[in-house]
Design a protein around this ligand. Structure first.
Ligand code: SF4
Length: 336
């Protein structure tokens, strides 16, 4: 049986951020308010480990939410040291962290490598300088290239995060960003749709009519194209859509934008919808059976069965069967 991958998340909200990206309120987005002490980090890991079968899993600890490498070196070291006993016991394999591209240099990398950090994720967000400028990111695409090359040349895994629907962004720029990520040798990517969060500068732009968020339909279509692109380049897409915090779920933090609790499922549904399009206009038959890969059965049927319902406009009976022999999004049909 393949080992399961598990990341124990530690949130460091808005720590060490010298900038204020116009869309960001890490506290509201992540739902985490407190900056943890090293002891709390240890306790969090112990709590998670109790729920994980470490013999059947690869466990990582991930620092998310802020700019980890913008912390003072002693603070970074103190967090990282708290993880080492778990690594020495074989319970945790490595550490991953997210940070800004302009906060990576050789001195920082040396500290991270010495402390078993295996993956660095850069909040790149876009590889278009106009988008980065309009978003108040405070770094350029060239900073992303320099940081990514340093990470790769030190033999570390590279994660890159991108956002869609930022001010000045477009479908073309999103695909260009994806291509640049592939050129930089990304191992992992995350795709986040831009949301308008209460209290952020983006909220003001939105109310002044200077920013129009993506519709959910457009965001899903762009994310579907990106997901296919990354899959075709063998890049691991570890997240599509924001993790829903309580504030987002209740609508308390969300002002506007393409938020959906099952965003990734909508995207996977959309990809199958596109594959099934020819069958909508195909010669009708009384029954059609789609054989699809086991892991894709739900996505093929569609979120809330939308693909099944779409196909049912042309066939009296639509059946889906899963097959372990099919890979990726291979499928075949039987007409009856
Ligand atoms: S660098 Fe990241 S955490 Fe800091 S303000 Fe920007 S988006 Fe938020």
């Amino acid at each position: 049986m393949p080992l399961r991958h598990f990341t124990i998340p530690i949130f460091i909200p808005m720590q060490a951020c010298p900038f204020r990206c116009i869309y960001c309120d890490q506290v509201r987005i992540s739902g985490h308010w407190d900056v943890p002490e090293s002891d709390e980090v240890r306790n969090t890991i112990i709590k998670y480990l109790k729920t994980i079968n470490t013999n059947e899993s690869i466990v990582e600890v991930g620092f998310f939410g802020g700019t980890f490498t913008g912390l003072k070196l002693q603070e970074q070291e103190s967090y990282l040291k708290a993880i080492q006993p778990f690594i020495n016991e074989g319970k945790v394999k490595s550490i991953r962290l997210s940070t800004r591209p302009d906060f990576i240099n050789q001195q920082v990398i040396d500290l991270l490598k010495k402390n078993n950090v295996g993956t660095i994720e850069l909040g790149a967000q876009s590889m278009d300088d106009e988008v980065l400028r309009k978003t108040g990111r405070g770094h350029t695409a060239a900073d992303v290239v320099a940081a990514a090359q340093l990470i790769r040349s030190n033999g570390m895994r590279l994660g890159l995060q991108m956002m869609i629907g930022l001010p000045g962004d477009s479908q073309r720029k999103a695909m260009m960003t994806a291509q640049r990520f592939a050129d930089l040798g990304a191992d992992d990517v995350r795709i986040y749709p831009t949301l308008v969060i209460k209290g952020t500068p983006l909220e003001r732009l939105f109310h002044n009519g200077k920013y129009i968020p993506l519709t959910l339909t457009d965001a899903v279509e762009i994310a579907a194209d990106l997901l296919i692109f990354f899959e075709n380049h063998s890049i691991n897409v570890i997240r599509v859509g924001l993790h829903p915090s309580d504030g987002l779920l209740s609508g308390e933090s969300l002002v506007a934008g393409p938020f959906h609790v099952s965003f990734r499922e909508l995207v996977r549904t959309k990809i199958w919808e596109q594959l099934f399009q020819p069958f909508i206009t195909a010669k009708p038959a009384s029954k059609i059976t789609f054989h699809v890969p086991s892991g894709e059965l739900n996505a093929a049927i569609g979120y809330r069965s939308v693909n099944r319902k779409m196909l049912a406009t042309n066939f009296h009976k639509v059946v889906f069967k899963s097959s372990d022999k099919l890979k990726g999004r291979e499928f075949y049909v039987d007409y009856h």
